[in-house]
Design a protein around this ligand. Sequence first.
Ligand SMILES: Cc1ncc(COP(=O)(O)O)c(C=O)c1O
Length: 442
Amino acid sequence: MTTGQQLYVRAKQIIPGGTQLLSKRPEMFLPDHWPSYYSKAEGVHVWDLDGKRYKDFTHFGVGACVLGYADPEVNAAVESALRQGVMCTLNCPEEVRLAELLIELHPWAEMVRFSRAGGEALAIAIRIARAATGRDKIAFCGYHGWHDWYLSANLADERTLDGHLLAGLAPAGVPRGLLGTMVPFHFNNTAEFQSVISDHHAELAAVVLEPARDCLPDPTFLQSIRAETRRHGIVLIFDEVTSGWRMNTGGIHRLLDVSPDMAVFAKAMGNGFAISAVIGTRAAMDASQKSFISSTNWTERIGPSAALATIQKHRLRDVPKHLIQVGNEVRESWLQAAAQNNLRIHIGGIEPLSHFSFDVPDPLATMTLFTQGMLDRGFLAGGSFYSSYAHQPDDVRLYADAVSEVFGELASALSRGDVRGRLRGGVKHSTFQRLTDAPVRS
Ligand SMILES: Cc1ncc(COP(=O)(O)O)c(C=O)c1O
């Protein structure tokens, strides 16, 4: 056992669920063999607790580090904030500058609130929308975090949220009084959205969705959402926690020609430092003053300092162009290796947030074997790849070579029917699962 695996065994005894984020559980990649912890992360490289170095071709810090790990310019801004003092009785001026910059990048927006996490910012946006409209119901599509307002969608039927990114989320601990407040619809299904509107429009405070993620929206889908929300006085919220800062500097909705009433940013905006924002029209955002939305650590200085430096570099270096190009190259490496080895795969996502899956009889075990083979070759890798500005052509070339070799091994294992036999540990988890449950093995 590596030092990281030993530490994870201890963690599971005292940290319920082992980590603070489902997507960072080693079981989501390679049970019992994932390095689990890092001692250092820089550029595209990650060092584990035994000093072994990997190139990271996964979701790359869960999509937070769009410039690469430990970006020198962002770190310099944070070090300067540290020297000036990060907490004080007075407010830090960086938050006003960041609010102005976000409004400049999104001219439809007039006001901004800050917090420090994505789900938290969504909870703020929902509270403001409910305060603004005096209504309770939320129509939604996609994943929007762990808070009560969202998880309450599963109170009626624990499978309502399946198909909205994460399956198997139980609403234990969510007040049953929220039952019936959430109305789901599916991305790009305009007819379903229209029927949600005709059944619920008078009670809807907000419609919340990612404007794009797995694919771009059909133009009529977003346009009809915009038209109906406007017609019925419903607040339209775009969740740009993951889609923002990938295809352009700011929200992806700027490329889609539809402006919401509020948009929510987090993750890449601070390149890994904690910062999130709700931006919105004055009419929508002003309602936050009718409610109480306030927290000590939303006022610290590191988050806005990191975001200002991140956005500045993002704009100056045309980071989105690089993200799209690297995303395309990685997709090409999957396609070529699959064609060479007669493997059927499906590819999805916008280019900077790409993912693939195997169209084979035992896809989860096959993906686990892929991760195992890539780890042996010095890569952290799985079914999704989020590009960063730090991924360079040489990194992609080496990754493509390794993918080609490992796909060859998978093809041989599949033809001999011993995919599971070649795994050194269990099969990866694909959904939320109690860690005390039996592992997914045949
Ligand atoms: C679209 C979307 N909304 C909200 C969240 C929650 O953000 P956080 O994990 O920062 O709370 C995520 C996280 O993956 C997300 O992808």
